[in-house]
Design a protein around this ligand. Structure first.
Ligand code: PMV
Length: 321
């Protein structure tokens, strides 16, 4: 058996995080420049059926069976073997590396699951199609996160911009203009499971106040989708700014995120907001092409730890203009 290499991208939610858990639509795109990479090598001399996991960024160097059952790597392996009805576990080493920071709003757990599912199925000689990879990754997300919407695994599996609505067919978005975003890291690590659970408690306690805010976010995601298909940056910027102020009013921002969004705006971004679970993690700033360097350099200068980088939403080739 030859060694197998596979990878999975990160994702950034442009509009609609959290509300998407409550049946509101959301808009998200892949971050193809930041990836989890999986590499599987056969281990002929190893004890039969031992899948060893080596991953410095996850702090793993052990037999996969010794991982906690709710670990995404344990579940990704287990569910892939079950899907392929494998009776005899293969003997191999699964190497996982990443330049996608974990717990930072960029979908790292979905990316770990997708890279593992892809590499394991390919190693077994039965590469799974994208929909099966997505379905298994969603099962992993459910076991690991509790109540995920499914947006992370969908974007990471398909690696395309998506207007996502839970339990509805996937709607891919065709942008009519190339659009630039700058991402920056607050370096605060918060578990999405916790921020989702806190919002669920708050919603239960104050449904009348909070539900309309979540519905308003859904409306902004809809406006954002139209803005992308129209190539209307101003409309997208308005939606992102309003989304950020609602997320902030829901207690999902933090001083570090506020400071990063402020810097991005002062440097010329059209809009800036938190992305993903919030209370930490990354911001995403919408930036016109000729302002990208200024925003990037200002963030680097004022927040040297924030590792800002550019991600571009490519205009669809079949679009005119
Ligand atoms: O923090 P991330 O990258 O896992 O994104 C979470 C997005 C949420 O909407 C907050 C949760 C979800 O399941 O959609």
């Amino acid at each position: 058996m030859p060694a197998i290499k596979q990878s999975a991208c990160g994702k950034v939610i442009l509009l609609g995080e959290h509300a998407v858990v409550y049946d509101q639509p959301a808009l998200a795109m892949p971050v193809s420049s930041r990836r989890v990479k999986a590499w599987i090598e056969p281990r002929i001399l190893a004890p039969s059926g031992q899948i060893w996991v080596k991953s410095p960024f996850l702090g793993l160097d052990q037999d996969s069976l010794s991982l906690p059952e709710l670990h995404p790597v344990f579940q990704a392996i287990h569910l892939t073997l079950a899907e392929l009805q494998v009776q005899q576990r293969p003997s191999c080493i699964l190497h996982l590396s990443s330049d996608l920071p974990v717990s930072s709003g960029l979908g790292s757990s979905a990316s770990i699951a997708v890279a593992t599912i892809r590499s394991m199925s390919a190693f077994l000689g039965h590469s799974l199609d994208t929909e099966s990879v997505n379905r298994i990754a969603f099962e992993c997300e459910k076991l690991v996160h509790g109540q995920p919407s499914g947006i992370d695994n969908t974007i990471v599996s398909y690696e395309k911009p998506v207007f996502f609505h839970k339990d509805k067919p996937i709607e891919f978005v065709n942008p009519t203009a190339s659009i630039y975003f700058v991402l920056a890291d607050s370096k605060i690590r918060k578990s999405t499971k916790e921020t989702v659970a806190t919002l669920a408690e708050n919603l239960k306690a104050d449904f009348e106040q909070i539900m309309p805010k979540l519905e308003a976010i859904g409306g902004l995601a809809l406006a954002g989708r139209d803005a992308l298909t129209e190539g209307n940056l101003e409309k997208l910027a308005q939606a992102m700014k309003q989304n950020q102020s609602i997320l902030k009013s829901l207690g999902l921002s933090c001083p570090e995120l506020d400071s990063l969004t402020k810097t991005a705006m002062e440097a010329g971004a059209l809009a800036a907001k938190l992305t993903g679970g919030g209370k930490g993690g990354h911001i995403v700033a919408l930036v016109e092409e000729d302002k990208v360097s200024e925003v990037l350099l200002t963030l680097e200068e004022k927040h040297p730890q924030s590792n800002p980088f550019i991600t571009k939403l490519e205009r669809e080739d079949n679009n005119e203009g």
